[in-house]
Design a protein around this ligand. Sequence first.
Ligand code: C5P
Length: 222
Amino acid sequence: MQIAIDGPVAAGKGTIARLLAKKINARYVDSGAMYRAVAVLGLRKNISLENPVELLLELKKVPLRLRPARDKFSFDVYLNDENVQDNIRTSEVSRGSAVVAQYPKIRSYLVKIQKEIASKFSVVMEGRDIGTVVLSNADIKIYLIADQKTRALRRQKQLEEKGEYVSFEKVLQETIERDNRDMSRAINPLKKASDAIEFDTSNMSIEQVINELVEIIKEKKI
Ligand code: C5P
């Protein structure tokens, strides 16, 4: 079974995809974590994030891998043998991930890994191009949205939980910039797949969204 979840920054993709995967006994795949890990690699090695050739050369030396996480149903991102899961959530890395995500060769390097995982396991995979590109034949495609203010508040809270305190105005501005970049890039931009079901999560509880999704899965009899 393949379930694709896409949407802009902090629309609830991660939380919902994780809970849903657990509920239906599938694996949760966070594709954004992979773009983030490429940004971490560039930042660490002092490679410009606008230099895809150098980044790819470095990825040959330090390959990016997904390995099962402790919870057994999700994956951690590794650079070579180092688990970098705890290094990918800063604002600097968020900004950088949307920069590296513009480049076709970086995208195909990561999409190949994402497709491989989906060929081995039932997955709930979330990102920006999952329903349109990575799992274009997914059984169910979901597109999550929420209003800008709600999303920026959620994002600010996520950063705070990681010990990074950023003003609401700055988070709002960064959220807008990243969404614009993701929606306007030339290759595989964020957009709703024509056959995706849209949910506005602004005024929905997580339980409500999960319950509705479980109903949709039941109806589809996958
Ligand atoms: O989902 P998350 O916010 O962690 O993703 C970080 C960035 O990675 C996004 O802003 C986007 O630029 C990029 N991304 C992408 N395609 C995906 C997942 C993430 O371009 N499937």
